[in-house]
Design a protein around this ligand. Structure first.
Ligand SMILES: [Zn+2]
Length: 145
Protein backbone atom coordinates (compact mmCIF):
# COMPACT_ATOMS: atom_id res chain seq x y z
CA UNK A 1 0.00 0.00 0.00
CA UNK A 2 1.31 3.40 -0.99
CA UNK A 3 1.45 5.67 2.02
CA UNK A 4 1.55 9.45 2.00
CA UNK A 5 1.62 12.13 4.67
CA UNK A 6 -1.62 12.63 6.56
CA UNK A 7 -2.80 16.26 6.32
CA UNK A 8 -4.03 16.06 9.93
CA UNK A 9 -1.20 14.45 11.92
CA UNK A 10 1.46 14.78 9.19
CA UNK A 11 2.72 11.21 9.73
CA UNK A 12 3.39 9.05 6.68
CA UNK A 13 0.46 6.76 7.47
CA UNK A 14 -2.26 7.79 5.01
CA UNK A 15 -3.31 5.08 2.54
CA UNK A 16 -6.33 3.57 0.83
CA UNK A 17 -8.21 1.25 3.17
CA UNK A 18 -11.29 -0.93 2.82
CA UNK A 19 -12.91 -3.44 5.15
CA UNK A 20 -15.89 -4.12 7.39
CA UNK A 21 -17.10 -2.10 10.35
CA UNK A 22 -16.39 1.37 9.03
CA UNK A 23 -18.96 4.12 9.24
CA UNK A 24 -19.25 7.70 8.09
CA UNK A 25 -21.58 10.50 9.10
CA UNK A 26 -24.12 11.40 6.43
CA UNK A 27 -26.69 14.06 7.21
CA UNK A 28 -27.89 13.22 10.73
CA UNK A 29 -26.80 9.58 10.93
CA UNK A 30 -23.65 7.51 11.16
CA UNK A 31 -24.03 5.08 8.24
CA UNK A 32 -22.08 1.92 7.38
CA UNK A 33 -19.61 2.05 4.49
CA UNK A 34 -19.53 -0.82 1.99
CA UNK A 35 -16.74 -3.27 2.98
CA UNK A 36 -15.14 -3.10 -0.47
CA UNK A 37 -15.10 0.70 -0.72
CA UNK A 38 -11.50 1.92 -0.43
CA UNK A 39 -11.06 5.37 1.09
CA UNK A 40 -7.98 7.27 2.16
CA UNK A 41 -7.53 6.74 5.90
CA UNK A 42 -4.75 7.53 8.33
CA UNK A 43 -3.71 4.51 10.40
CA UNK A 44 -2.23 6.84 12.98
CA UNK A 45 -4.96 9.39 13.75
CA UNK A 46 -7.93 7.86 11.90
CA UNK A 47 -8.55 10.93 9.72
CA UNK A 48 -10.28 10.31 6.40
CA UNK A 49 -9.39 13.28 4.22
CA UNK A 50 -11.84 13.29 1.32
CA UNK A 51 -11.23 15.34 -1.80
CA UNK A 52 -14.02 16.83 -3.88
CA UNK A 53 -13.94 14.06 -6.50
CA UNK A 54 -14.15 11.31 -3.87
CA UNK A 55 -16.90 13.17 -2.04
CA UNK A 56 -18.91 13.37 -5.26
CA UNK A 57 -18.57 9.63 -5.89
CA UNK A 58 -19.36 8.88 -2.23
CA UNK A 59 -22.56 10.89 -2.20
CA UNK A 60 -24.93 8.33 -3.81
CA UNK A 61 -23.39 5.52 -1.72
CA UNK A 62 -23.88 7.44 1.53
CA UNK A 63 -27.37 8.55 0.49
CA UNK A 64 -28.42 4.94 -0.17
CA UNK A 65 -26.94 3.82 3.16
CA UNK A 66 -28.69 6.71 4.92
CA UNK A 67 -32.06 5.84 3.36
CA UNK A 68 -31.64 2.17 4.30
CA UNK A 69 -30.73 3.07 7.89
CA UNK A 70 -33.56 5.58 8.26
CA UNK A 71 -36.02 3.02 6.92
CA UNK A 72 -34.76 0.30 9.28
CA UNK A 73 -34.91 2.68 12.27
CA UNK A 74 -38.54 3.48 11.46
CA UNK A 75 -39.39 -0.21 11.09
CA UNK A 76 -37.73 -1.05 14.43
CA UNK A 77 -39.36 1.87 16.26
CA UNK A 78 -42.79 1.08 14.81
CA UNK A 79 -42.38 -2.50 15.98
CA UNK A 80 -41.68 -1.28 19.52
CA UNK A 81 -44.64 1.10 19.46
CA UNK A 82 -47.02 -1.43 17.87
CA UNK A 83 -46.25 -3.87 20.68
CA UNK A 84 -47.56 -1.29 23.17
CA UNK A 85 -50.70 -0.10 21.40
CA UNK A 86 -52.10 -0.40 17.86
CA UNK A 87 -50.57 1.90 15.27
CA UNK A 88 -53.89 3.65 14.66
CA UNK A 89 -53.81 4.86 18.27
CA UNK A 90 -50.29 6.23 17.74
CA UNK A 91 -51.52 7.88 14.55
CA UNK A 92 -54.32 9.54 16.48
CA UNK A 93 -51.90 10.67 19.20
CA UNK A 94 -49.47 12.09 16.61
CA UNK A 95 -52.30 13.69 14.61
CA UNK A 96 -51.47 11.61 11.55
CA UNK A 97 -53.98 10.26 9.07
CA UNK A 98 -55.16 6.68 9.53
CA UNK A 99 -52.73 4.22 7.98
CA UNK A 100 -49.90 6.74 7.72
CA UNK A 101 -47.49 4.88 10.01
CA UNK A 102 -48.06 1.62 8.14
CA UNK A 103 -47.46 3.46 4.88
CA UNK A 104 -44.08 4.88 5.89
CA UNK A 105 -42.82 1.49 7.11
CA UNK A 106 -41.09 0.60 3.85
CA UNK A 107 -40.40 4.12 2.62
CA UNK A 108 -36.88 5.11 1.66
CA UNK A 109 -37.12 8.63 2.98
CA UNK A 110 -39.62 8.97 5.79
CA UNK A 111 -39.59 12.56 7.06
CA UNK A 112 -36.73 13.19 9.46
CA UNK A 113 -38.97 15.01 11.97
CA UNK A 114 -41.35 12.06 12.19
CA UNK A 115 -38.43 9.64 12.50
CA UNK A 116 -37.07 11.69 15.40
CA UNK A 117 -40.46 11.71 17.10
CA UNK A 118 -40.91 7.95 16.63
CA UNK A 119 -37.37 7.38 17.97
CA UNK A 120 -38.13 9.39 21.11
CA UNK A 121 -41.45 7.61 21.71
CA UNK A 122 -40.01 4.14 21.05
CA UNK A 123 -37.17 4.94 23.43
CA UNK A 124 -39.58 6.11 26.14
CA UNK A 125 -43.19 5.12 25.34
CA UNK A 126 -44.33 6.58 28.67
CA UNK A 127 -44.04 9.99 27.02
CA UNK A 128 -47.26 9.22 25.14
CA UNK A 129 -49.16 10.28 28.27
CA UNK A 130 -47.23 13.56 28.34
CA UNK A 131 -48.08 14.12 24.70
CA UNK A 132 -51.78 13.46 25.34
CA UNK A 133 -51.66 15.95 28.21
CA UNK A 134 -49.98 18.56 26.03
CA UNK A 135 -52.58 18.10 23.29
CA UNK A 136 -55.24 18.54 25.95
CA UNK A 137 -53.86 21.98 26.71
CA UNK A 138 -51.51 21.39 29.63
CA UNK A 139 -48.62 23.77 30.14
CA UNK A 140 -45.49 22.63 28.34
CA UNK A 141 -43.26 23.43 31.31
CA UNK A 142 -42.81 20.37 33.50
CA UNK A 143 -44.05 20.52 37.08
CA UNK A 144 -41.22 20.68 39.60
CA UNK A 145 -41.12 17.49 41.63
ZN1 LIG B 1 -3.24 11.22 10.60
Amino acid sequence: MKLVNCPVCEKRTLGLRAGPGRTMKHRNLEVPLPDDLALPECSSCGARPIDWKTAKSLDPILQAAWEAKLSSLVAADLEVLAAIRPLYEWERLLKLSVGYLSKIRGEKTPGAQLVVLLRLLANDPERAAELESLWAGASSSPDPE
